[in-house]
Design a binder for this molecule. Sequence first.
Ligand code: CP3
Length: 351
Amino acid sequence: MHGPSLAPAFAFLRACRGEPIAQTPIWIMRQAGRYLPEYRALRERHSFLELCRIPELCAEVTAQPIVRFDFDAAILFQDILIPLMGMGVPIEFDPAPRLGFSIQGRGDLDRLRWEGSATATPHIRPVIHAVRERLQGRVPLIGFAGAPFTLASYLVDAASRDLARTRSFLARDPEAFARLLDLLADATIDYLRAQIGAGVDAVMLFDTQAGWLSPSEFSRTAASSAERVLRGLPRGTPAIYFALAPSVGHLEALRSVHADVHGLDYRVSLAQARAILGNAQAVQGNLDPAVLVGPGEGIVASAEAVLRENGGRPGFIFNLGHGIFPDTPVENVQLLVDTVKRYRSSAGISG
Ligand code: CP3
């Protein structure tokens, strides 16, 4: 086991920095969650919010996929919507989130307030301390937040299909929408700084609703507010920006987001991303999560295709191109991890 001071040597963190490594690191989005029988067992006895807020439970759930699989990073068990509760929005998870009120226009903006992470999300320090204690420095820990546009889409639209209300708000009153994004960005900076202060090794911004915007609107709103968050974070902690955004036009807009790593949507190819972002840009992704509910041969072939497409370049982290489906058989995840680990050794990837 490594001590925390050895953290920079981890393959995951080296890959975030684009440094040459002998092995492709792997972790998967939603790796702690309902596809794991041990998660479902704990969920029978505790609510989702208890798992997020009670240090021992959060540590247990965050560590579950690390205990079972040879993943190269843990992701803090939380939800992107929890800071909104700290801004005064009542939220229930059922398991889909239900928000107590919505933001429909500029008159609603003053319903939101952020009084600092210590007041708004007081659980975050103790849970991170407990998770670190539990992980014993075995793997680095990723903290995260929702990107401002995705948080806004939940506040305005409950993230319903195609975000008609969010996009209408933006078209009707771009100035008020920009204020909403700034307010969310500033709260997110403070929240992520608290996570970094408590000891996470990297942070990730999830922009899973951004792909509903046209590439130019994506660039003006989602990407620029994500960039505002990234600029507000201390240097030295790698930051990953994951926009679930399906087109080459969206990829081009990503060039203005200065994240250490760009997470890739499963609907773009690694080759397209490399061509547009350059080989020096570290990327993460992007196997279609649906592959993992299919037959083993398909899992091996699709994972190897992603690895082959990367061609051994440094600055690559294997992941899915969106979160794992809850009905994924655990043995398929094992097969995926084995495939990525085997490929490392047999292909002799070098920097
Ligand atoms: O393992 C991990 O990745 C860490 C934990 C994590 C959760 N949510 C736990 C969770 C992370 C990183 C998230 C991010 C998140 N949450 C996103 C962005 C990424 C994505 O998948 O699009 C979004 C949009 C949310 C909002 C959210 N939270 C939704 C839409 C839902 C319900 C829908 C669903 O997936 O069932 C949640 C609840 C939630 N968050 C669960 C988990 C494990 C299920 C809760 C339960 O156990 O009942």
